[in-house]
Design a protein. Structure first.
Length: 303
């Protein structure tokens, strides 16, 4: 498969790119692959890290492959059948390219890792995504992001060991993407990708400071709409969800560490001790000190 020729031939119209950028650069580096159509391995046809500036827009008729695109910074837009999907920072797109699709830049510079991949069983994997568009939030420190970086490295090799490593890594990344969708509850499954990314941020980096104004700016969604849609998807407003995560972590620290109350508050992202105590009591019905005393007494009474 000549992915460069196929890509250029699939352009619906002349693309719009910033000065010095050619259409084929979207593909990254083109790799030598095993042309045996019966091989069981997943393969990387091309890949690389791209930094795009405005303008950046192209329309593809169809390609005989699949695509993984991890947005590191900035923001892109994917258009399919009049539906617009936001490719926000720290999201991974898994896309079936056997359809017409369009990429636009939303926030420059848009920096992303891209991999065009192929394999006999990819269609079966993709059919398992309920919404047929896979956009998964990822922590920048997640194993999946590390796997993507390894893929770009191992794909340069043209030997059986490299091909096996690439296939194994691709299988892991794609399986995790599928499991992400299959393991969500029904409301979460229907949530917009940006909502899932916010939830992922709160779940993994709850000690960081967040505000509705900052979330509005980062995800390009009005804060009132953001609050309404997050509540519908996850049962409570975003900052309430964040504080619940913080208090869950604080309860664990109070029972398992000798940290003082103000130190526990700081560890979970609440530096104001009075505010931390007030929130803790709101969620648990008692102060942190009382909670620790009860937990210690319960532990000492167990046989």
């Amino acid at each position: 498969m000549d992915i460069k020729a196929d890509f250029l031939n699939a352009l619906v119209s002349a693309p719009k790119f910033f000065s010095g950028f050619r259409a084929e650069k979207f593909l990254g580096q083109i790799y030598d692959t095993d042309d045996d159509p019966d091989t069981p391995f997943f393969k990387v046809l091309s890949g690389g890290t791209i930094a795009a500036s405005s303008p950046f827009s192209f329309d593809i008729r169809s390609l005989d492959c699949y695509l993984l695109l991890y947005t590191k910074a900035g923001c892109g837009k994917l258009l399919i059948e009049n539906q617009v999907y936001t490719l926000a920072p720290s999201t991974l797109l898994f896309l079936d390219c056997h359809q017409r699709f369009r990429f636009n830049i939303a926030t420059a510079p848009w920096e992303y890792d891209v991999l065009l991949i192929t394999g006999n069983n990819l269609s079966y994997y993709y059919e398992m995504i309920p919404e047929k568009i896979g956009i998964m939030p990822l922590s920048p420190r997640s194993d999946t992001v590390l796997h993507l970086e390894k893929l770009l490295l191992f794909a340069k090799g043209n030997n059986p060991a490299s091909r096996l490593a690439v296939s194994s890594l691709l299988d892991t990344v794609i399986t995790r993407c599928i499991l992400y969708y299959l393991s969500d509850d029904s409301n979460s499954l229907k949530a917009a990708p940006y909502l899932k990314e916010i939830k992922e941020l709160f779940d993994t980096d709850f000690q960081e400071n967040y505000s509705l104004d900052e979330l509005e700016e980062q995800f390009h969604v009005g804060k009132y709409k953001l609050c309404r849609e997050f509540t519908a998807a996850f049962g409570m407003p975003p900052l309430q969800y964040l504080n619940r995560k913080r208090i869950e972590a604080a309860r664990h620290l109070l029972l398992t560490t000798p940290l003082k109350v103000h130190e526990v508050g700081s560890r979970v992202g609440i530096d104001n001790t009075n505010h931390f105590i007030s929130l803790f009591k709101k969620f648990t019905g008692c102060t942190p000190a009382t909670f620790r005393q009860k937990g210690t007494a319960l532990s000492s009474s167990e046989p």
